[in-house]
Design a protein around this ligand. Structure first.
Ligand code: ZN
Length: 505
């Protein structure tokens, strides 16, 4: 029995054993030199704790070879052939070779690198296997983000959805508007911990580039999220003139939904939006930009003379149509920079621009509706994929309300909603495990919420649906949990394990 997570599409056991060593020679085609370099780092790492070469120098040693196989399909699939003589990872391109190396990294972490010979043929079920991290409600350092991103790669996740702006903090440096981070990235009181302190921080452009490079090496596409027209208090604190009332505002230290949003009748709003989005497009190489679009109350718009004039001028029936018009303007800006827009399912309200993709968070309904209308969809229903929800109904650190998302519940999720035709299902790109950080103030707490639920979701996103069995997953997870421990991850533990484990988030 293997213990790989996410489970590969197929494994065939063979006779023999290969003994992996810390400095095992790696031979790679030039186009796979980046993957070979990472694999060498992983094998040499303390977390892998492989033995050093025991054979005398000069003796013939088994090697790991990374080779290009033209006969294979383009994409992320790979073959990993382990025999007693050596290891062969083959794929058509670097992404496939990378995932073969990730599988080998997991195998290297058990039995002191003594690996049963086998042939793995593997490829993912979905192309969008993501994790969303809210860095607005709480800020996380670049060093910690790298640890988190490496764990995404360790689970073959390939989208880092980076929530960069919200009411409680603007986290990305924008050259044109330094006030966004100077004012908008800091807030005062933290009510949930009852102490008054300055809270915040932001990512400079250099920080973002560092994260982008780290993700690129690990075949992860970064999807930046810049919230509009709602969840904008941090930006409005810096630029109150972009609101309907003129302010003044502070960066929010409360959590929830706030009535003050960008004014949709003010030309300045769209100049600002264009300048910000263009800098974001120029910085992030990926094809998608997420514009939020969720939870935008219409109170201010309905009362604002400028917004009402805009509705009249544009022939819009109500404030929902005004939001749709706003979102289309964002899409036009992104399209001019060659980017695709994605947003939360509220962007469907009042009509959605043709090329836009939808992230369905309020259940599956928005995703179904969007897929039926021919839009691409990333399924992120809170009931299964929101990892800021409680792990169990038992004793747990304070978390946000809503359904408990147990390990079993996350594992039982299927991103393709029942009732879609095969044609409609083809619009389901995949899914994400998401974490909002209102109640997640530290890296240790974040890891406690993410792992191993995100390990379970990684299998939902990567592995074939057929034959999925939670009991069998739990068996593999026992070994996988040791890998997480070796990587110093503060994972959630079942009740029976907790008594032995003192450190809590
Ligand atoms: Zn207005």
């Amino acid at each position: 029995m293997h213990t790989i997570i996410p489970a590969p599409a197929s494994i065939e056991s063979k006779a023999g054993v290969f003994q992996l060593e810390r400095d095992c020679p790696i031979e790679a085609a030039p186009e796979f030199s980046g993957e070979a370099k990472l694999l060498a780092v992983w094998l040499a790492s303390e977390s892998t704790s492989l033995p050093r070469a025991a054979s005398p120098s000069g003796a013939k040693r088994g090697a790991i070879r990374l080779v290009r196989d033209e006969s294979m399909r383009d994409g992320e699939g790979y073959r990993l052939d382990i025999s007693s003589e050596g290891i062969l990872i083959s794929a058509k391109g670097p992404a496939g070779v990378f995932y073969g190396c990730v599988t080998l990294r997991q195998l290297a972490m058990e039995n002191s690198g003594s690996i049963q010979a086998m042939l793995i043929a593997d490829e993912p079920r979905f192309s969008w296997r993501g994790s969303m991290l809210d860095t607005s409600r709480n800020f996380f350092s670049v060093a910690f983000l790298k640890k988190y991103i490496d764990l995404l790669a360790f689970h073959k996740l390939n989208r880092f959805h980076w929530h960069l702006t919200d009411d409680q903090g603007w986290r990305i440096e924008i050259d044109r508007y330094p006030e966004l981070t100077k004012i908008g990235s800091w807030r005062g009181d933290r009510r949930i911990h009852g102490e008054v302190r300055r809270n915040g921080g932001f990512y400079s452009k250099a920080d973002v580039r560092e994260i982008l490079e780290y993700c690129r090496e690990r075949h992860i596409v970064v999807v930046p999220e810049i919230e509009m027209p709602g969840h904008a208090m941090a930006a409005l604190a810096a630029f109150p003139g972009l609101s309907c009332t003129g302010g003044s505002f502070e960066v929010e230290d409360r959590f929830g939904i706030f009535e003050d949003v960008y004014c949709a009748g003010n030309d300045e709003t769209f100049v600002f939006m264009k300048n910000v989005l263009e800098e974001v497009c120029d910085l992030f190489p990926g094809p998608w930009v997420h514009i939020g679009g969720d939870e935008c109350p219409k109170t201010r718009w309905n009362a604002c003379p400028k917004c009402r004039a805009a509705m009249k001028r544009e022939g819009l029936k109500n404030a929902e149509e005004l939001q749709s018009w706003f979102v289309r303007k964002a899409e036009t800006i992104l399209a001019a920079r060659g980017k695709m827009m994605i947003g939360w399912d509220e962007i469907l309200e009042g009509g959605l621009a043709p090329g836009a993709a939808v992230m369905s968070w309020r259940g599956e309904k928005g995703g179904i509706e969007a897929a039926r209308a021919g839009h691409d969809v990333v399924m992120t229903p809170g009931e299964w994929t929101y990892l800021d929800h409680y792990n169990t109904s038992g004793p747990e650190p304070l978390a946000i309300g809503g359904d408990v998302v147990s390990l079993a519940k996350a594992y039982g999720y299927d991103p393709v909603p029942a009732g879609l035709t095969p044609g409609e299902s083809s619009h389901v790109l995949g899914s994400e495990g998401l974490i909002w950080t209102e109640y997640v103030p530290t890296p240790a707490h974040l890891e406690y919420m993410l792992w191993p639920r995100l390990s379970a979701l990684s299998e939902v996103f990567w592995s074939p649906k057929e034959g999925r069995d939670f009991k069998e997953f739990q068996q593999r997870l026992k070994e996988h949990a040791k890998r997480l421990d070796a990587l110093d991850v503060n994972r959630w533990r079942p009740q029976e394990e907790r008594a032995k484990f003192k450190e809590r988030p």
